[in-house]
Design a binder for this molecule. Structure first.
Ligand SMILES: C[S@@+](CC[C@H](N)C(=O)[O-])C[C@H]1O[C@@H](n2cnc3c(N)ncnc32)[C@H](O)[C@@H]1O
Length: 287
């Protein structure tokens, strides 16, 4: 018991373990996630539909989305943005490794008679001859990736974004990091049965990595006959750190906002959004 508790409360090396597929594609948790995506009363795995509507309206004007605009949404989930994009453009791609979300997105497209190219796969491994005018990654998913995964993803973006195209993504800020606190708690059926259909005790340990500006919510789920862990990493960014990470990958940040609906940038806000384009020769920043 003491050794088990010691292990549960042990702080791992930053980004040492990747359990993202378990969180998003497990039979039980993916059902719970889909419920959160579609629940308009909580902004958990997706934002509410009023925000999404306003955001897509803003993007339509800002990026001049029209019938021929080639758009790709990385981590599209159940297609809440791709469906709306496809009502404006006939060239929309959505990538997500959650079988359940892609299934839901495909059913929505079929019902609405929309043509969307859905790819159920790991977006870090996306390879295609296609080039896009707009690439999006929404709901701060970039922050869940390790530095190496972000580098891989930025290379994927770079390969698939056309010259003159735009990349839009949102991120957690350093102000949000400062408001996080370390803690440890446990509860019978933590998060009301979110983690398993079986009876369980759920432990959640929150660790802060001050130097790296990373927070880990480590979940340990103990059932009668199995124990498993889920590691939710979040990287928080200052604008300067993000800018230099983007520049190393060959991108120039051209605009920043408080959110992906075009709200003016605010350094105190917990989230911010950036628009980037591929650096051209004259910019000479690719490291
Ligand atoms: C926070 S949700 C956001 C979903 C959507 N962007 C939205 O705002 O409604 C993150 C999504 O990214 C997907 N995802 C996470 N890591 C992924 C990966 N490596 N490859 C493909 N999809 C991934 C998850 O399955 C999930 O649907």
């Amino acid at each position: 018991m003491f050794e088990t508790l010691k292990q549960i409360n042990q702080k791992p090396e930053v980004f040492a373990v990747d359990t993202a597929p378990r969180l998003w594609d497990d039979e039980h948790t993916s059902r719970q996630m889909l419920h959160f995506h579609l629940d308009d009363s909580v902004d958990i795995s997706s934002r509410n539909s009023a925000f999404i509507e306003a955001s897509v309206e803003w993007m339509t004007g800002h990026f001049n989305i029209r019938s021929g605009t080639r758009i790709c949404d990385f981590g599209c989930g159940p297609g809440l943005y791709t469906t709306r994009f496809a009502e404006r453009s006939r060239s929309v791609t959505g990538i997500d490794f959650s079988r359940r979300s892609i299934q839901y997105a495909k059913e929505t497209a079929a019902r609405k008679k929309l043509d969307v190219d859905y790819q159920q796969q790991n977006y870090l491994e996306y390879r295609s001859d296609r080039r896009f005018d707009l690439i999006t990654m929404i709901m701060c998913d970039f922050c869940a990736l390790s530095p190496l995964q972000r580098q891989t993803l930025l290379n994927v973006f770079h390969r698939h974004l056309d010259t003159g195209g735009s990349l839009l993504l949102d991120l957690f800020s350093e102000a949000a990091f400062n408001d996080r606190e370390e803690g440890a708690a446990y509860e019978h059926r933590l998060l009301s049965g979110f983690w398993s259909a079986a009876d369980y005790y759920g432990f959640v340990n929150t660790f802060k990595y001050d130097r790296e500006k990373v927070v880990l919510d480590k979940y340990t789920i103990v059932e009668a006959f199995r124990t498993f862990e889920v590691y939710n990493w979040l990287q928080y960014f200052s604008f300067g750190v993000l800018k230099s990470e983007f520049e190393k990958a060959g991108f120039i940040i051209t605009e920043r906002f408080a959110d992906i609906a075009g709200k003016p940038y605010d350094s105190e806000s917990h989230e911010f959004a950036v628009v980037a384009r591929k650096a051209s020769e004259g910019d000479s920043v690719r490291g």
